[in-house]
Design a protein around this ligand. Structure first.
Ligand code: CU
Length: 163
């Protein structure tokens, strides 16, 4: 089959670009640890907030746990129209794993200053981890329109200076 020289050149360039982009995806996932939020677990949205049923049913001030020095786990419940807890405090240098679920409708969880941006789907747990090496306040917001009070759905992560 005859392929024009110009066309062949463009086919080679297109193939090379695909190879480059694929290589960048591999490098970014392996070298920079870029994670895709995957459903971590399934829960029953009807009962997930019931005390004793799950970590999201525990008292609000017990939903951020220190697993080891500088290693935290935060269980955040999204519901219309609030995150619980909506204020989280950790010392500088901490690594925090966020586990977020919804008990009603679809929400979002976007944490400024990090690459955390997850869809929060009732019945599923979304989980991502970030390390905070700079003290300050990091806002988190719901970025999926979830009803008339959507704009009130935000919170903050306070990274304190006492490393
Ligand atoms: Cu929301």
């Amino acid at each position: 089959m005859h392929i024009d020289r110009t066309e062949r050149t463009y086919m080679i360039i297109a193939g090379a670009l695909i190879a480059v982009f694929f290589g960048l995806v591999v490098v970014s996932s392996l070298a920079y640890g870029i994670q895709v939020p995957a459903p971590e677990a399934r829960v029953d949205p009807q009962t997930v907030a019931t005390p004793g049923n799950s970590p999201w049913g525990d008292p609000i001030d017990e939903r951020v746990r220190e697993l080891a020095p500088g290693q935290y786990e935060a269980f955040i419940l999204a519901q219309t129209w609030v995150f619980l807890p909506n204020v989280i405090e950790v010392p500088v240098g901490s690594t925090v794993t966020f586990q977020v679920t919804s008990k009603d409708v679809q929400h979002g969880f976007n944490l400024s200053g990090t690459n955390i941006n997850m869809m929060i789907i009732p019945g599923q747990v979304s989980k991502l981890t970030a390390t905070f090496n700079e003290p300050g306040e990091y806002a988190f917001i719901c970025n999926e329109y979830c009803g008339i009070g959507h704009q009130t759905m935000f919170g903050r992560l306070i990274v304190t200076d006492e490393g």
